[in-house]
Design a protein around this ligand. Structure first.
Ligand SMILES: [Zn+2]
Length: 296
């Protein structure tokens, strides 16, 4: 009997310990599962953080990329603009114009620009060229450049109008102009090799007329391409006889023949560089006034 009870008790104890063990297992499983959830949560929150960081890094990288592209583009545009400016400045360097106010504030200057010939007087003519048309083209350009620099300009003609040389001189005198520049183109059918720019001044060669002639020669030479022949007093046929627009005007005056219409190369240069020649004439005029202001 005793042994039997002892065995039963042993079995009960054994059962209890098994139950306890199961409970402990369950608890540990629960604990484990809980800790798994927690660590899972931690891991997922970590992953989210990493994702966020990655996203932020991506956004920053994209913004940086866009910014750098903008900067590069801007720099390049700036370089292009700057280089263009340099080219412009270099090509016009010798044609430096003073500040507009430099002249305006001192005195209102009036320059008479005379486009040679006009109307029934065509001037020189070749197969495909008419002098009166070409003189008007360059005269208008000179007017534009002088006005851009604060100098008033009167034109003897602005269209295909006929005027005698005397009428032109009278117009300039009546308006009390400070200077007259008469613009022509030359022609010599007997010698098609003859070329270059000719500048005529009053044969008396007063100081102011010589200064104007020298300025014209200097700046037209700087404009390049066409030859500039030595300054001629008087006219092409007589060094003791003035052209009317030069001899009958009261102000410093010069007559400029812008190359020979009978010379092919002069025509090419005239067509291609008419703007530069107009600038050169303008600069010669402006320089004359600048010098006169500083040496009255
Ligand atoms: Zn002429």
């Amino acid at each position: 009997m005793c042994d039997y009870r002892i065995i039963l008790r042993g079995i009960r104890v054994r059962m209890k310990s098994i139950r306890k063990g199961k409970k402990i297992e369950r608890k540990s499983i629960e604990r484990n599962s809980n800790s798994d959830v927690k660590s899972g949560n931690r891991q997922s929150s970590k992953k989210e953080k990493v994702k966020k960081r990655g996203l932020i890094r991506c956004v920053v990288a994209v913004v940086c990329l866009i910014m750098s592209v903008i900067i590069i583009v801007k720099l390049n545009i700036g370089d292009i603009d700057h280089s263009m400016q340099v080219i412009k400045d270099a090509s016009l360097d010798y044609l430096y114009f003073p500040e507009k106010n430099e002249i305006e504030e001192k005195k209102e200057l009036l320059v008479c620009i005379d486009a040679g010939h006009g109307g029934k007087d065509p001037g020189a003519m070749t197969k495909d060229r008419v002098e009166k048309e070409e003189t008007l083209i360059i005269a208008k350009q000179v007017k534009k450049y002088l006005e851009m620099n604060g100098i008033k300009v009167m034109m003897t003609r602005e269209d295909d109008t006929f005027l005698t040389p005397k009428q032109r001189a009278k117009m300039a005198n009546k308006a009390n102009a400070d200077m007259l520049i008469s613009i022509h183109r030359n022609s010599l059918p007997s010698s098609k090799e003859t070329n270059g720019i000719d500048i005529y001044i009053n044969f008396l060669q007063e100081e102011e007329d010589c200064a104007l002639g020298n300025n014209l020669k200097y700046y037209l030479e700087r404009a390049g391409r066409m030859n500039v022949n030595p300054i001629s007093p008087g006219s092409a046929t007589d060094s003791k006889e003035n052209y009317t627009v030069v001899g009958k005007t009261k102000m410093p005056a010069a007559l400029v023949e812008m190359g020979y219409m009978t010379n092919k190369r002069d025509n090419v240069y005239f067509d291609e560089s008419v703007n530069s020649y107009a600038l050169a004439i303008s600069k010669a005029v402006i320089k004359f006034f600048e010098d006169n202001e500083s040496n009255p």
